[in-house]
Write a protein that binds this ligand. Structure first.
Ligand code: SAM
Length: 293
C-alpha cells in the first residue's frame, strides 16, 4: 500500500476501502469490494456494517499495518477465508486454517440431502468421511439433534481444526472424530444409517487449471483424486457396503461430469435407488443410493 499513502488527508475507512478495492481490482480479485470490506472489518476488529457507519474515522497505525499486510497477501491470491480465519457454512461460522478446504456453498446441497434422509430416522448413526473443517458433520449435528456422528479425516492438522469446530458449536458429545484413511480408523463391525462425504474429486489435469487461489493455497490432499478424480470415490462406494445398515444411504458430492459413471458404479456394486441431485446452479452435484435391506 504505497501509492498515495500519507499524501493529503488521513487514512479514513472510506479512503482505505476505496484504495483497497482499486488495488485488488488490478491484482486479480473477482470480488474486490467484498474482499476489501471483509479484510478491513477484520483489521479494525469490527462488524462489516460498521465500516459504513464509521466511514470517516481514521485507522490507527496498527490497523493500517495489519490491513496493508492482508491486502498484500490477498493480492497474492491468498483466499480471504484463510486471511480472516473463518467462513460461514450452512448459517454456522467455521474456523479455518490452510490445512482445511474452505467450505463451499455447493456442499450445502449435500447437507440438505443428508438432513432429508436423517429426518426419516432422527436417531440415525451418521458417518462423515473426509471431514476437513468438520463443516458437514457439525452442520448435521446442529440440525439433527438426535443423530450421532462419526467424522473421519486423514490429515492430523485438518482433524485438529475439525475438533475446534465441533467444540465451538457445542456438539462434542455427539460427534466422534477419528483420524485416518477412510474406514481404517472406524471400528470393525460398526454400522451406519447414513454415510455422507465430500471427498477429493478433482482430476490431475483439472488441478493444473484451477484458479491460483485454490491451486496455490488450498490443501492438495483435499482436492486431487487421480486421473479421473474418482480414486477416493471408488474406494468409498466399494467399502461403504460393509458399513451401511440395510436400507442405509450413501451420499457423495462430486463433479457433475462424474455423476453418471458413479451412479453406474453404485448400481453395479449392488446399491439401489441411485439418483443424482442438483445444486442451486442446476448441476448434478450429489449422488445418493441405498444399501438394500
Ligand atoms: C474436498 S475436502 C472436504 C472437506 C469438508 N468435508 C468440506 O466439505 O468442506 C476433502 C477432505 O478429505 C480429506 N481426505 C483426503 N483423502 C482422505 C482419505 N483417504 N481419508 C480421509 N480423509 C481424506 C482431505 O484432507 C480433506 O480434508
Amino acid at each position: 500500500m504505497a501509492e498515495g499513502e500519507g499524501t493529503n488527508g488521513e487514512w479514513t475507512v472510506r479512503r482505505v476501502l476505496e484504495w483497497t478495492i482499486d488495488y485488488l481490482k488490478q491484482h486479480g480479485s473477482d470480488s474486490p469490494r467484498l474482499d476489501g470490506e471483509i479484510l478491513l472489518a477484520h483489521a479494525r476488529k469490527c462488524p462489516r456494517i460498521q465500516l459504513y457507519t464509521q466511514y470517516d474515522q481514521p485507522l490507527s497505525d496498527e490497523q493500517r499495518t495489519h490491513m496493508r499486510e492482508l491486502v498484500k497477501r490477498r493480492a497474492n491470491a491468498e483466499p480471504v477465508a484463510y486471511l480472516v480465519g473463518h467462513r460461514e457454512f450452512f448459517s454456522l461460522d467455521f474456523l479455518l486454517t490452510k490445512d482445511v478446504l474452505i467450505p463451499r456453498p455447493d456442499t450445502e446441497t449435500l447437507v440438505m440431502a443428508a438432513l432429508d434422509v436423517i429426518k426419516q430416522h432422527p436417531q440415525s448413526r451418521v458417518l462423515d468421511l473426509c471431514t476437513g473443517s468438520g463443516c458437514i458433520a457439525v452442520s448435521l449435528a446442529v440440525n439433527a439433534p438426535k443423530a450421532k456422528l462419526t467424522a473421519v479425516e486423514l490429515s492430523p492438522p485438518a482433524a485438529e481444526v475439525a475438533k475446534k469446530n465441533v467444540a465451538r458449536h457445542g456438539v462434542t458429545e455427539r460427534v466422534d472424530l477419528l483420524t485416518g484413511d477412510l474406514f481404517a480408523p472406524v471400528a470393525a463391525g460398526s454400522k451406519f444409517d447414513v454415510i455422507v462425504t465430500n471427498p477429493p474429486y478433482i482430476t490431475t489435469e483439472e488441478m493444473k487449471q484451477l484458479d491460483p487461489d485454490v491451486r496455490l493455497h488450498e490443501p492438495h490432499l483435499a482436492l486431487e483424486a487421480g486421473a479421473d478424480g474418482l480414486d477416493v470415490i471408488r474406494r468409498i462406494v466399494d467399502q461403504s457396503r460393509q458399513f451401511l445398515t440395510p436400507g442405509g444411504s450413501l451420499l457423495i458430492e462430486l463433479d457433475p461430469a462424474q455423476a453418471q459413471p458413479v451412479l453406474e458404479s453404485m448400481k453395479s456394486a449392488g446399491y439401489v435407488d441411485a439418483s443424482a441431485l442438483n445444486d442451486l446452479a442446476g448441476n448434478a452435484r450429489v449422488v445418493q443410493s441405498k444399501w438394500p435391506g
